[in-house]
Design a protein around this ligand. Sequence first.
Ligand code: NAD
Length: 492
Amino acid sequence: MNKHRMLVDGAWVDAAAGEWLESINPFTANAWALIPRGRKADVDRAVDAAKKAFYGKDWRGLTASARGALLRRLAELLATEADRLAEIESTDNGKLISEMRSQLHYVPKWFHYFAGLSDKIEGRVLPSDKPGFFNFTREEPLGVVAAITPWNSPLLLAAWKLAPALAAGNTVVLKPSEHSSVSALAFGELFEKAGFPPGAVNIVTGLGNEAGEPLITHPGVAKIAFTGGDRTGQAVYEQAARGIKRVTLELGGKSANIVFDDADLDQAVNGVVAGIFAATGQTCIAGSRALIHRPIYDAFVERLITLAKTARMGNPLDLSTQVGPITTRPQYEKVLEYMQVAKGEGAVCLLGGGPAQRPECGTGWFVEPTIFAGVRPEMRIANEEVFGPLLSLIPFDDEEEAIRVANSTIYGLAAGVWTSSIRRALAMSERLEAGTVWVNCYRVTSYMTPFGGFKRSGFGREGGMEAIREYLQTKSVWIDMEGKTANPFGLR
Ligand code: NAD
């Protein structure tokens, strides 16, 4: 079993306490790697290194274009390693190799895009109401950024934070999920090769309470970029408030995929299945509620079940597998528990509803793709994030009702609308309370597009021009052009 080390100040180190955590392959339920169990002492060293790098001439002294060139070199190295990193991720978190490969081949584009923005960060010259004064703004980096990521898309979500943070001139301490840290550590090897100075990027592995908490409470951290569950996000936000730190929170969701009777139903049925069963439902944007227009409800549900039944489960490293295991044992138990919750609330199980006991699932943590009908908007199963392959079906009569039900949860991450009417597409996209609305598609994201939540799904945006602003602060500079600051006790 490989024993990995953490990246602190350009060096590969063990945890100060000399302890390790097992990383488990969810397909076999066996440990396959050891990661350092970092704690406060390790976090302190990493933040100190990031701070030193932030003020050091090797980083701060770089021109913005040179910073962009480093990011571009990193992107090129990353592209050559994409397949290897995808295999690590698939082994570590059980997500399909086909999906991890496409994610990992896409990640370099994030670094290329933000590399391009690094020397386009401009201040403004402002008109002045004070004659004789020259006033302009500068956009400056914040300092040390703490990037904390979940287990489901480890490097993609790290790139969403690191690319804009570094492009803006910050330094970073990354704390990946304890369930999927191995790819981040392999990624860490590329920073030195790309020419980043020691300490510009540090990676500390460990548990949320042991490594994550000391990181977000560290006084040397200026900004926290967090992706994870909404309860953890709330704790992070509360801690950040004590230190008056900036925060970006990308949290959970309970997204509605809304199918109207005028939709292309071949497309819609594929979109609803992909929305919930791709990635075994373990994505923040999972379309876990299908709202179906009553005139097509029965026929659509029949097609949905016919298609969902064909899902091939098995080894995530096998290219033909369509639904993989659940990443962690507690998460596996949580998904099974929600199946009982749904049944207890009176929902009718149309497909699945329990653990998958197919031979191709081996000893892994698999649950059957599951569909519940008879779900009412007030049920727990219609409101709480399950993070598994569990779909709730809710019929609706008209647009008003669809909007009311779609917007009735505490979350607001994403929504899908399936219709052939442009009027309806625009009206729905205006009224849906979600950071992303997909019309006749689902799960499309891009480095050029802002992504983030409404309501309890969080705030701040990752991707696009908006993302780089999350890592900058504005300074106003006043210059007296006429030397008239004669009044010693008054403002001008
Ligand atoms: P999680 O909240 O349990 O953990 C996320 C990260 O936070 C991990 O690195 C963990 O170690 C760390 N952490 C835990 N407690 C902490 C603490 N007290 N202080 C600091 N750090 C702490 O989430 P998870 O189970 O790894 O991931 C699943 C969740 O992530 C889901 O709710 C999902 O919706 C969400 N998610 C959101 C997005 C998005 O972009 N909105 C994307 C992917 C996943």
